[in-house]
Design a protein around this ligand. Structure first.
Ligand SMILES: C[C@H](C[C@H]1O[C@@H](n2cnc3c(N)ncnc32)[C@H](O)[C@@H]1O)NC(=O)c1cc(-c2ccc(F)cc2)cc(O)c1O
Ligand SMILES: [Mg+2]
Length: 214
């Protein structure tokens, strides 16, 4: 049977990246997506903005919604101190299987817990199942119509604390208008927009950084 694009992406990682070297995994995926096949990773341009937000925050507890092949998982986890934890949710089993191998190739499995399932099912179980009190940093990169309901769900489950940072991908393309309207007008958030481009293209896209004020 024909291979899938995520399988071909993983093959490119195995062929061109060095085991245990996260930067080489990131570069191999970016090269594959620029020169072979486009894929919906955050990419190098928006990825650098993600890096700067994570580095400035130095979070201990991180949640990622929408793992896909694990590219942003690797970008975030490589910047975390060893004691820190990243939980990433992915409900497509095939993508989750690829992401596990990408994360392992980067040598970051000790910091990452990939959970196969839907965000709406797992967010309410974070406390009792993972012993998480609150998250320091949340990266939203899953179905664009889930950003707003899942943000409200995280609020209701008490998973956000004063100062928790939400960073949302694709706020222009494909776009998340209801989420943007909410975080930009709610008195519970301080929000700002980082203008960039859709991964590996010249189309406009950007990241929205929103600090929960409690
Ligand atoms: C949604 C996907 C990313 C992943 O998220 C998982 N997922 C979903 N909903 C849930 C859940 N509720 N819980 C857990 N996981 C969940 C899924 O299975 C994908 O693997 N991302 C995108 O669709 C995406 C699309 C584009 C894009 C832009 C321009 C175009 F012309 C075409 C596509 C760019 C991006 O940067 C994206 O991020
Ligand atoms: Mg995205």
């Amino acid at each position: 049977t024909r291979s899938t694009r995520p399988q071909r992406l993983l093959n490119a990682v195995r062929k061109h990246a060095t085991r245990g070297d996260p930067q080489s995994v990131i570069s191999a995926i970016d090269h594959f997506c620029r020169h072979s096949e486009w894929a919906m990773n955050i990419g190098d341009e928006k990825g650098s903005i993600l890096d700067s937000v994570v580095s400035e925050l130095n979070p201990e507890k991180v949640l990622e919604l929408g793992t896909y092949c694990g590219y942003s998982t690797v970008r975030i986890a490589r910047l975390l101190p060893p004691g820190a934890r990243l939980i990433t949710l992915e409900f497509n089993a095939d993508y989750a299987a690829i992401a596990r191998q990408v994360i392992a190739w980067a040598g970051l499995e000790d910091r990452v817990q990939l959970v196969e399932g839907a965000s709406e099912d797992w967010i309410p179980r974070m406390k009792e199942h993972f012993g998480i009190e609150t998250f320091d940093f949340v990266f939203l990169d899953h179905w664009k119509d889930r950003y707003l309901p899942d943000t409200k769900l995280m609020e209701d489950c008490g998973l956000l604390r004063k100062g928790t940072v939400l960073l949302a991908d694709n706020v222009i393309c494909p776009g998340v208008p209801d989420y943007l309207q909410y975080v930009r007008n709610s008195l519970s958030y301080k929000s700002c927009y980082f203008k960039s481009h859709l991964e590996y293209t010249k189309a406009e896209d950007g990241l929205e950084k929103s600090v929960f004020l409690g």
